[in-house]
Design a protein around this ligand. Structure first.
Ligand SMILES: *[C@@H]1O[C@H](CO)[C@@H](O)[C@H](O)[C@H]1NC(C)=O
Ligand SMILES: *[C@@H]1O[C@H](CO)[C@@H](O)[C@H](O)[C@H]1NC(C)=O
Ligand SMILES: *[C@@H]1O[C@H](CO)[C@@H](O)[C@H](O)[C@H]1NC(C)=O
Ligand SMILES: *[C@@H]1O[C@H](CO)[C@@H](O)[C@H](O)[C@H]1NC(C)=O
Ligand SMILES: *[C@@H]1O[C@H](CO)[C@@H](O)[C@H](O)[C@H]1NC(C)=O
Ligand SMILES: *[C@@H]1O[C@H](CO)[C@@H](O)[C@H](O)[C@H]1NC(C)=O
Ligand SMILES: *[C@@H]1O[C@H](CO)[C@@H](O)[C@H](O)[C@H]1NC(C)=O
Length: 922
C-alpha cells in the first residue's frame, strides 16, 4: 500500500510496515492455496506483466496483485477469498488447481483473453458467490459441477465461445440471481429445471444456439424479472401460455427465435415493461387486451400477425416504441392515436395500401434504432486546466471553473427495459448517483450508444464534489461499489456491467490499477481484524493526503540566485514580501486567472506599476534549472506581440513570474458567448496578425529560435487597445540548433505537451516537434477567431466542423454571428488560410511568415475606414506596450542598465511584413 513511497515518508512507511508485520507475524497463506495460485499463474500468459508480484513472498502478505485474503476461525492460515483479475490482458487457461482455493468467494477474470474450458474443479469451491468470466474466449462446455455452487449469486459467462448444453444441475444453484450466458454457442434446450431456482432474477441467454421448446415450467420461478433469449432457434415452438403467470416479469425478449403460434395472453403480467417478439413466425391477431401500463417497448415486427392494431396501445402512458413492421395487419382503429413522442412503425402491412388510413405511420424507417447521445453541451468560459494532470471542467458543476480530475467509467446496461434513453436519463442520473452516494452533478454522462442486444453502452465521468481531486478512499469506494456489483439500479435499467474503470490522474497513486491495492478488502485481508484494518486504511489515506499537502513544505531548493550561471538582463528580482504586498497577500480578489502553471494575480507594485503575477502551483514548481531557463529565455525576448517579463520571485517554496499586465485579458474571454462587447472583424484580423507576428518572431528572430508549443486563445492576451500579445512560454523548447556540419535536425523529440484541440496531430503521433506544430495551433486559433467556437467542445472538433462547412460551400453558418460586419470574401480568405494551417500533412502547412504576410494582405484589402481604424488601434497599442515596458524593467538584478534597443524584432515592427524569413529551419 505504500507503493508511492517518496523518501520523506520513509519513516511513516516504516512505521506502517513494522506495524503490519507485527500484526501478521506467524500468518501466511494456506500452503495448498499458495501452491494453487502458483499453478494458476503457470497457466496464464501475462503479456504486460500484471502479475509480476506473483513471483515473490507469500501471496496474502506480499501484496500479490488481485489476491485478497481473509482469516477464517477454523485454522491459523490466511485464505484467498477473492481473485480480482479484471481486464488485465491475461490469456492462457484456467488451471484446475483453482478448485483448491476452498474459501474463494469472488472469481473475477472478466475482459481478459482466457481460452480453454472452465475447469470442473470450480464446482468444489462451495463458498463461491460470484463467477465473472465474461468477455474471454473460453470454450468447451459448462461443467455440471457448477451446479454444486449453492452459494453462487451471480454467474457471468457471457461473451465467450462456450458450447454444449446448459447443465440440468444448474437447478441446484439455489442462491443464483443472475444467470448471464448470452453470446456463446450454447445448444440444447433451456432446462425446465431452472424453474426450481427460487431467487433467479435475470436469465440472459440471447445469441446462442439454443433449441427445443421454451420450457413452460419456467413460469414456476418466483422472482424472474427478465427473460432475454433472442437470436436462438426454438424451431417451431410457441410462446408458452404459462408465461402469463409470471407476475414478476418485466421484460420478455424473444426476437429472432423461430417461434410459431399465436401470442399468448400477457395481461396477467402486471408490470411488463418490454416486449420484443419480432422476427418470428407468429400468427393470429395481436391480443387486444390491455397490456401493462408500465410498458415502454412493444416490438412485434416481422411476423405474420393479422387483424387490427389494438386501439388502447396508443394510450399506454410510458410507451416509447411500437413496431408492427412487416406483418399482415389490415386495419387501424380510429381511436389509435399514439402521442407524437412515440415511434410507431407500420410499413410492410396491408393497411399501408391505404395511405389515408395509415396517416403517416407507414414510412419505412431505415433504422429503427434509438438515438445515441452525448452529455449536455455546456459552454464553459474558464481558463484552461493544467494539461499534465488530466484535469478538466465538470460541465455540470454548480461552482464553475474548478479544474477536477474525473474517474472514467465504461458502463453497460445489459438488458434495459427501455428503448429510448433520453427520457430516462434524469432518472438514471438520480438513481446511480444516489446508490453511489454522489451528488447528482458529480456524474457526467459523456455519451451513450446503443449496441447489439440492444444494450446501452455508456461512458461516464465521475467528478469530485467541488474539489480538484477525489480522496484515495473515495476512489477505492467507488471502484469497489461498481466492480463488486454492490449497487443495484432501478429495475427499469436492468443489470449493469462494468467495462472499465479508468483512474486517469489517480494512476500515480495506484500503480497497479485494477489490482488488489484498490480494495479495502486487501487491507482487511492482510491485517487481521477489522479495527486494525480500519486504522490502516485511515493511516494510508492520511499518508496520501499529507503527501499532497506537504509537498510545498518539503521541496527545498537552493535559491535561484546562487544557481544563476548567466546574469539575467532586464528582469527584476522581487521578494516574496513585495509580491504579497502587491497582491494584498494573494487575496482571492486579486486573482485574475488560473493556468497550467498556477494562479495568476493582478498586482500593484510599490512604484505604481500594475503587473500580472504568475504564482507556480505546488505541482508545477520547477527545478531551479528549468526556472532559470525560463527566465533567461524570456528576458531575451522583446517584441510588441509578446507579453514581456518584468521580473521573478524565487523564495522559499515559491516561484513567481512577473509580467506586464494586459488589461483586456485573454482572447478566449473575448470570444466567449458571454462576452458583452464582441470583437469586430478587423479587430479579430489584427489579433490574428499580431499573434502570427509574435510567434514568427520566436521562430525566426529569437536566437536560438523558439517553438512556442502551446499556442491557444488563452495564451493570447489583449492589451488596452486590443492588440494581441502571445504569452506563456512555460512549455517553450528551443528550436534545433545546427550541428557542426551546419545542417539542421528536422525536429526535436520531446514529450508531448500542449493543449488538446490545438495539438498538431503529427506531433501528437510522432512526438516530432517542428515549427509547423505552432502553425497548426495558430490555425486553430484563427478558426476560433472567425467562428467563436472552441477547439473541442464535447467531442466536436473545430477543424473538422469548419472543414465540413467550408467544403459544403456554406461558411456563413459557422461564422461568429456576433460580428456585426464580416466581408464574405475576406472571411473566406481568412478561413482558407486557417484550414491550410490545420492540414495533417506538416509540409503542406504554410510557414509562420506566409501566414503573417497573408493576414497582412487581407488587412490591406479591408475597406478604407475599417482598415484605418484597425491600423490606428494597432499603432497606439504597440506604443502603449513600449512605454509600459520602458517604465518597468530597466534595472537589472545586477544593477546594470538595460538598453531596450538590443531587443530584436524591430524589423518586424516597422513594416507589416517580416523581412527575414528565409532562415526558418526546415
Ligand atoms: C506491500 O507493498 C508495499 C509497497 O510495495 C510494501 O512496502 C509492503 O511491505 C508490502 N506489504 C507486504 C506485507 O509485503
Ligand atoms: C484478445 O486477443 C485479441 C487477439 O487475439 C486482441 O485483439 C484483443 O485485444 C485481446 N483482448 C484483450 C482484452 O486482451
Ligand atoms: C473436490 O472435492 C472432493 C471432496 O470434497 C475431492 O474428493 C475431490 O478430489 C476434489 N476435487 C478437486 C479437483 O479438488
Ligand atoms: C441436486 O443436488 C442433489 C443433491 O444435493 C442431487 O441429488 C441432485 O441430483 C442434483 N440435481 C441435479 C439436477 O443435478
Ligand atoms: C389471421 O390468421 C389466422 C391464421 O393465421 C386465420 O385463422 C385468421 O382467420 C386470420 N384472421 C383474419 C382476420 O384474417
Ligand atoms: C410500474 O408502474 C407503477 C405505477 O405506474 C410503478 O409503481 C411501478 O414501480 C412500475 N414498475 C416498474 C418496474 O417500473
Ligand atoms: C457535496 O458538497 C456539498 C457542499 O459543497 C454538500 O452539500 C453535498 O452534500 C456533497 N455531496 C456529497 C454526496 O457528499
Amino acid at each position: 500500500m505504500a507503493r508511492s513511497g517518496g523518501s520523506p515518508y520513509a519513516s511513516i512507511l516504516l512505521v506502517l510496515c513494522i506495524f503490519q508485520v507485527t500484526v501478521v507475524r506467524g500468518q501466511s497463506t494456506h500452503p495448498i492455496e499458495a501452491n494453487a495460485l502458483n499453478a494458476i499463474k503457470a497457466r496464464l500468459i501475462d503479456p504486460i506483466n500484471k502479475l509480476k508480484k506473483w513471483n515473490r513472498g507469500d501471496p496474502c502478505t506480499s501484496n500479490w496483485t488481485g489476491v485478497i485474503c481473509h482469516k477464517i476461525p477454523s485454522d491459523t492460515y490466511l485464505h484467498v477469498t477473492e481473485l480480482e483479475l479484471f481486464k488485465m490482458n491475461l490469456s492462457g487457461t484456467l488451471a484446475p488447481e483453482i478448485g483448491l482455493l476452498s474459501q474463494l468467494r469472488n472469481l473475477n477474470f472478466m475482459w481478459n483473453n482466457l481460452t480453454g474450458n472452465i475447469p470442473k474443479e470450480i464446482g468444489n469451491i462451495t463458498t463461491l458467490n460470484l463467477i465473472a468470466l465474461n468477455g474471454n474466449q473460453l470454450s468447451g462446455s459448462l461443467p455440471d459441477e457448477i451446479g454444486y455452487l449453492k452459494n453462487l449469486n451471480r454467474l457471468q459467462i457471457d461473451q465467450n465461445q462456450i458450447s454444449g448444453p446448459i447443465p440440468k444441475s444448474f437447478a441446484n444453484l439455489t442462491s443464483i440471481k443472475h444467470l448471464h450466458m448470452n453470446n456463446n454457442s450454447l445448444s440444447g434446450e433451456i432446462p425446465s429445471e431452472l424453474s426450481r431456482l427460487p431467487e433467479l432474477l435475470h436469465l440472459l441467454v440471447d445469441a446462442n444456439n439454443l433449441s427445443g421448446p421454451l420450457p413452460p415450467k419456467l413460469a414456476e420461478t418466483r422472482s424472474l424479472k427478465i427473460i432475454q433469449a433472442d437470436n436462438n432457434n426454438f424451431s417451431g415452438s410457441s410462446i408458452p401460455a404459462t408465461y402469463n403467470n409470471i407476475p414478476t416479469l418485466l421484460k420478455l425478449s424473444l426476437r429472432n427465435c423461430s417461434l410459431q403460434g399465436v401470442i399468448p395472453d400477457l395481461t396477467g403480467i402486471p408490470e411488463l415493461g418490454y416486449l420484443d417478439l419480432s422476427w418470428n413466425q407468429l400468427t393470429g391477431s395481436i391480443p387486444v387486451d390491455r397490456l401493462a401500463s408500465n410498458i415502454t417497448t412493444i416490438d412485434l415486427s416481422h411476423n405474420f400477425l393479422n387483424g387490427t392494431i389494438p386501439a388502447n396501445f396508443s394510450g399506454l402512458p410510458n410507451l416509447q416504441f411500437l413496431n408492427f413492421e412487416s406483418n399482415s395487419l389490415d386495419t387501424i382503429p380510429a381511436a389509435f392515436e399514439p402521442p407524437k413522442a412515440v415511434i410507431v412503425l407500420l410499413s410492410g402491412n396491408p393497411v399501408c395500401d391505404n395511405p389515408a388510413r395509415a396517416a403517416g405511420l407507414c414510412q419505412p424507417k431505415s433504422v429503427s434504432e434509438a438515438p445515441s447521445g452525448q452529455g449536455p453541451q455546456v459552454s464553459i468560459d474558464c481558463a484552461s486546466c493544467p494539461t499534465d494532470k488530466n484535469y478538466e471542467y465538470n460541465p455540470l458543476s454548480p461552482i464553475p471553473c474548478i479544474c477536477a480530475a474525473p474517474l472514467g467509467v465504461g458502463f453497460r446496461l445489459k438488458s434495459p427495459g427501455i428503448s429510448d434513453f433520453r427520457s430516462y436519463k434524469k432518472a438514471f442520473e438520480m438513481d446511480s448517483t444516489s446508490v453511489l452516494n454522489l451528488s447528482i452533478y458529480q456524474l457526467y454522462i459523456e455519451r451513450y450508444t446503443w449496441e447489439a442486444g440492444p444494450r446501452l453502452n455508456m461512458h461516464l465521468k465521475l467528478f469530485p464534489n467541488n474539489t480538484n481531486l477525489f480522496t484515495m478512499s473515495e476512489v477505492v469506494r467507488l471502484r469497489q461499489l461498481l466492480a463488486g456489483w454492490e449497487i443495484t439500479l432501478l429495475d427499469i435499467f436492468g443489470p449493469y456491467e462494468l467495462l472499465n474503470f479508468t483512474l486517469g490522474s489517480y494512476e500515480d497513486e495506484f500503480p497497479d490499477a485494477g489490482s488488489s491495492g484498490l480494495k479495502k478488502g486487501t487491507l482487511a485481508g492482510i491485517l487481521v481484524g477489522t479495527i486494525i484494518s480500519a486504522i490502516a486504511v485511515s493511516v494510508v489515506a492520511t499518508f496520501f493526503m499529507m503527501r499532497r499537502r506537504s509537498k510545498r513544505q518539503i521541496v527545498s531548493r537552493p535559491s535561484i540566485l546562487s544557481r544563476l550561471s548567466v546574469k539575467v538582463d532586464g528582469v527584476r528580482s522581487f521578494t516574496l514580501e513585495e509580491m504579497a504586498t502587491a497582491t494584498n497577500n494573494f487575496d482571492d480578489s486579486a486573482e485574475i486567472g488560473v493556468g497550467g502553471y498556477g494562479k495568476v494575480y493582478k498586482g500593484n507594485l510599490a512604484d505604481g506599476a500594475t503587473v500580472a503575477i504568475k504564482r507556480a502551483h505546488e505541482d508545477s514548481l520547477q527545478g531551479s534549472n528549468e526556472f532559470v531557463t525560463e527566465i533567461e529565455l524570456l528576458s531575451r525576448l522583446h517584441h510588441r506581440n509578446l507579453v514581456s517579463l518584468i521580473g521573478y520571485c524565487d523564495e522559499e517554496v515559491e516561484q513567481m513570474l512577473v509580467y506586464e499586465f494586459m488589461p483586456n485579458g485573454t482572447l478566449r474571454d473575448h470570444l466567449s458567448e458571454t462576452c458583452k462587447r464582441p470583437l469586430n472583424f478587423s479587430q479579430r484580423l489584427n489579433v490574428a496578425l499580431g499573434a502570427a507576428k509574435g510567434i514568427l518572431y520566436l521562430h525566426t528572430e529569437a536566437d536560438p529560435p523558439i517553438f512556442h508549443r502551446d499556442v491557444k486563445t488563452t495564451n493570447i492576451l489583449l492589451d488596452s487597445k486590443f492588440a494581441a500579445k502571445v504569452a506563456d512560454f512555460g512549455l517553450s523548447k528551443l528550436a534545433p540548433i545546427p550541428d557542426v556540419e551546419g545542417t539542421l535536425p528536422e525536429h526535436i523529440s520531446t514529450v508531448v505537451k500542449g493543449t488538446p484541440g490545438y495539438l498538431d496531430p503529427e506531433y501528437f503521433l510522432t512526438n516530432k516537434l517542428t515549427e509547423k506544430s505552432d502553425v497548426y495551433s495558430l490555425g486553430v486559433v484563427l478558426l476560433e477567431l472567425l467562428t467563436g467556437m472552441k477547439p473541442i467542445q464535447f467531442g466536436k472538433n473545430i477543424v473538422r466542423e469548419v472543414k465540413a462547412a467550408y467544403q459544403s460551400g456554406d461558411i456563413s453558418r459557422i461564422i461568429d454571428s456576433r460580428m456585426s460586419w464580416c466581408p464574405p470574401e475576406l472571411a473566406t480568405r481568412f478561413l482558407s488560410l486557417a484550414l491550410k494551417c490545420c492540414q495533417g500533412d506538416t509540409d503542406a502547412r504554410p510557414y509562420m511568415a506566409d501566414i503573417a504576410r497573408e493576414l497582412d494582405d487581407i488587412r490591406r484589402a479591408l475597406p478604407e475606414g475599417e482598415d484605418l481604424l484597425s491600423v490606428t488601434s494597432m499603432e497606439t497599442g504597440s506604443l502603449a506596450t513600449l512605454t509600459q515596458s520602458t517604465s518597468n524593467s530597466f534595472i537589472t538584478t545586477t544593477g546594470e542598465h538595460f538598453d531596450s534597443s538590443h531587443a530584436s524584432g524591430s524589423s518586424l515592427m516597422d513594416s507589416g511584413v517580416p523581412s527575414r524569413m528565409a532562415v526558418t529551419p526546415r
